[in-house]
Write a protein that binds this ligand. Structure first.
Ligand SMILES: Cc1cc2nc3c(=O)[nH]c(=O)nc-3n(C[C@H](O)[C@H](O)[C@H](O)COP(=O)(O)OP(=O)(O)OC[C@H]3O[C@@H](n4cnc5c(N)ncnc54)[C@H](O)[C@@H]3O)c2cc1C
Length: 427
């Protein structure tokens, strides 16, 4: 069996490990546009801030490819998939045949329609190469006034890294609050204040309308006419699944490539996983792109096992983010805004220990937890298992809430999963 994988990141590594669980004989070729062995993309901001070295970012040991008998083609780009010939074409002309193909091409940053931007020297914040370029500018003192377009997770990680390097960072965001895809307004303001304490300046509710060249400094004009000078523009305005390779294929797609529970596209020999695919959201009970690292690995692993002949359904997942800015922790999971009448929000508004819980019919649908995050595991578990929280719902908001607050039967079930009373702070 000939396996070919396009991309070499979380989904790809998951697929290699999934294939090798089932098939030790088939050949695996991994084609990667990036010139590196798989590295942890979430760590690139820490690399820029000087907190991790490149070798600490590798997702697997350097002998991973050899040990799994993978032929890695680093720095090579696939330009076309020929589903009739069952082959992929590299940009430089070579054809590589497959029996089973996995599209693990991830996503690419979105460039918003800003007048003059295409002529300017802007940067994305998506790859190790992106941060290496930014690092060069910082070291050459060509990035004294960085401006970040977009206050999502990636923009905030870029802002933290540049601030840790001692630079005065400005962030422009069209929305009314930062981290709009994972936080509601009140907790977003708390995080914003924490970041402002570290010198980060926010311009909210405005978009960048135009960028004009003015020597070393670029003038950025906002939607209300306000101008900001900068010598480093980082565009962090969201990502889009990389669908270019399936555009000419008879494969359904929406925001991402549509897959069934086996991570298979409409073409039975072609699978898709990770940021490029619309996998199963077990909470929303629909297929959609959930661009998170562990989900990409899980989907890739399921795809790999199925490519090698098993018939295993992906368990699905839901949005789950765990991050910290300047040591202040944020964990969010599931849904964070009530949209239907039977949904209810309960909030503990302590800035250093904020908690927001969203319920539907007394079952936890999502939470936002800031500051102290020790007990977040139990909330994630309540969501995942769809547990009726009626008997202990009010107690969930208590800062001392712990395993002992659960009914005995639930407590037993939870502890079967390896949790101890001590690990939940009840001792
Ligand atoms: C700065 C940053 C911080 C993040 N932080 C977090 C976090 O804290 N937690 C979290 O869960 N997630 C985080 N994410 C998201 C997470 O990194 C992604 O969800 C994950 O990387 C998706 O993995 P993937 O394997 O689907 O694709 P990707 O990691 O996007 O990799 C796809 C690879 O395929 C290659 N490729 C694409 N097309 C071709 C082609 N035609 N030929 C050859 N190669 C190709 C690309 O170059 C790329 O190397 C972060 C992302 C960024 C950018």
């Amino acid at each position: 069996m000939k396996y070919v994988i396009i991309g070499n990141s979380a989904a790809s590594v998951g697929a290699v490990e999934g294939i090798r669980k089932v098939d030790s004989q088939g050949t695996i070729t991994v084609i990667s546009e990036e010139p590196y062995q798989a590295y942890s993309r979430p760590l690139i901001s820490y690399y820029l801030a000087g907190k991790v070295r490149e070798e600490d970012m590798y997702y697997r040991d350097p002998d991973f490819y050899e040990a799994n008998r993978v032929k890695l083609l680093p720095g090579k780009k696939v330009s076309r998939i020929d589903s009739l010939q069952k082959s992929v074409k590299l940009e430089e002309g070579q054809d590589i045949e497959y029996d089973r193909l996995l599209l693990a091409a991830g996503s690419r940053p979105f460039l918003p329609p800003v007048k003059g931007i295409e002529k300017q020297n802007y940067h994305f914040f998506n790859s190790l190469n992106d941060v290496k370029e930014i690092q060069k500018k910082v070291e050459a003192n060509q990035a004294a006034q960085p401006l970040i377009v977009g206050a999502g997770l990636v923009g905030m990680k870029a802002a933290e890294a540049l601030s840790l390097l001692g630079l005065p960072v400005t962030v422009v965001e069209l929305g009314s609050h930062i981290l709009g895809s994972i936080l509601s307004e009140v907790p977003a303001r708390i995080v914003q204040r924490k970041m402002e304490e570290h010198g980060i300046r926010f311009i909210l509710g405005k978009s960048v309308k135009e960028i004009a060249w003015g020597g070393d400094l670029q003038g950025v004009v906002m939607s209300d006419g306000q101008g900001v000078l900068t010598d480093l523009i980082i565009v962090a305005a969201g990502v889009r699944s990389r669908l270019e390779l399936v555009e000419e294929l008879p494969v359904s797609r929406n925001r991402g490539v549509k897959v069934n529970h086996y991570m298979q596209t409409d073409l039975e020999n072609i699978y898709a996983a990770g940021d490029v695919a619309e996998g199963w959201d077990s909470l929303m009970e629909e297929n959609r792109v959930i661009p998170i690292w562990p989900g990409a690995y899980r989907q890739g692993h399921t795809a790999g096992m199925n490519m090698a002949g098993l018939k295993i359904k992906d368990t699905g997942g839901f949005a789950l983010n765990s991050i910290a800015f300047f040591g202040f922790s944020i964990i969010t999971a599931g849904v964070f805004e009530a949209r239907e009448g039977n949904e209810e929000i309960m909030t503990r508004e302590e800035p250093e220990n904020f908690l927001q819980l969203i319920f539907r019919d007394n079952r936890l649908l999502g939470f936002i937890k800031l500051g102290e995050v020790d007990r977040a595991g139990i909330f994630t578990w309540l969501i995942k298992e769809g547990i009726d929280c009626t008997p202990f719902k009010e107690r969930l908001l208590n800062p001392d809430f712990c395993l002992l607050d659960l009914p005995a039967a639930l407590r037993k079930e939870r502890m079967r999963g390896g949790e101890t009373v001590e690990s939940l702070g009840c001792a």
